[in-house]
Structure formats: structure tokens, C-alpha cells
Design a protein around this ligand. Structure first.
Ligand code: ZN
Length: 123
């Protein structure tokens, strides 16, 4: 996880985020996107709403975890930031946001897989 945080921090500034080109570098983590925020993904399973955005929903398990100090606010901020950036990509690609909402995790996971395959070829 230390390596993950380092990579995330390196791209923390949205203005310098390399959207053109190797955008997937941000999520180049072992196991793909589902492991980028494992504790949040785990908590999200207990949210009242399946499509909870963990921003203001009542019964949000993630927000409760932040309130109780189970996870740090910065971690959730990073999670939201990533989501916003994914939406930005969708808008640039003129995709239907609802569709992207459903497809984004799968797409990212596939890209990570492709990147890993490519890295194996290089090294
Ligand atoms: Zn939630």
C-alpha cells in the first residue's frame, strides 16, 4: 500500500494529472481498481444504497467510518477525486455518464491488465 500511496500522491495535483497518454499510471496498482481503495470498497458494501457515492447519502457506511475515525478524510477525498476525474474523462469522450458509471471500473481494470501485460513484455 505504501507504493500505491506514493503513486497517488505524485499525481495528486489535478492540473498536472497526465490525462493525455499514460493516464492509467495513476491506477497501476496490484490487483486493479478494486484494490486502489480496498477499505472504502469494503465499507461501501455496507452502504444503504448500492449506488452510494459516499458524499452525502444517509446510511453511508463510508461516511460513518470517516466520522468515527476508521478511515481518514484524505483517503475518502482521494476516492472522490478519482471518481470526479473518471467523470471528466467520460465527458471528454462524450459518453453517457450513466453508462460510464457502470463501465468505468471494468474499463480501468482492463486497462490495468493491459498495462501489466505490456510491462511484462518490456522488462
Ligand atoms: Zn456510501
Amino acid at each position: 500500500m505504501g507504493l500505491l500511496l506514493t503513486k497517488a500522491d505524485r499525481h495528486a495535483d489535478p492540473e498536472s494529472f497526465p490525462w493525455e497518454g499514460e493516464t492509467i499510471a495513476f491506477w497501476d496498482t496490484d490487483g486493479g481498481i478494486e484494490n486502489a481503495f480496498p477499505e472504502i470498497e469494503r465499507l461501501a458494501a455496507d452502504c444503504r444504497f448500492a449506488d452510494c457515492s459516499h458524499a452525502h447519502e444517509p446510511g453511508c457506511r463510508v461516511l460513518r467510518a470517516v466520522a468515527e475515525g476508521e478511515i481518514v478524510q484524505e483517503r475518502l477525498d482521494s476516492y472522490h477525486k478519482m471518481n470526479r476525474e473518471l467523470v471528466t474523462i467520460a465527458e471528454r469522450q462524450h459518453k453517457c455518464p450513466d453508462r460510464v458509471e457502470k463501465e468505468r471500473w471494468k474499463e480501468i481494470a482492463l486497462k490495468v491488465q493491459a498495462l501489466k501485460k505490456r510491462e511484462k513484455g518490456v522488462y
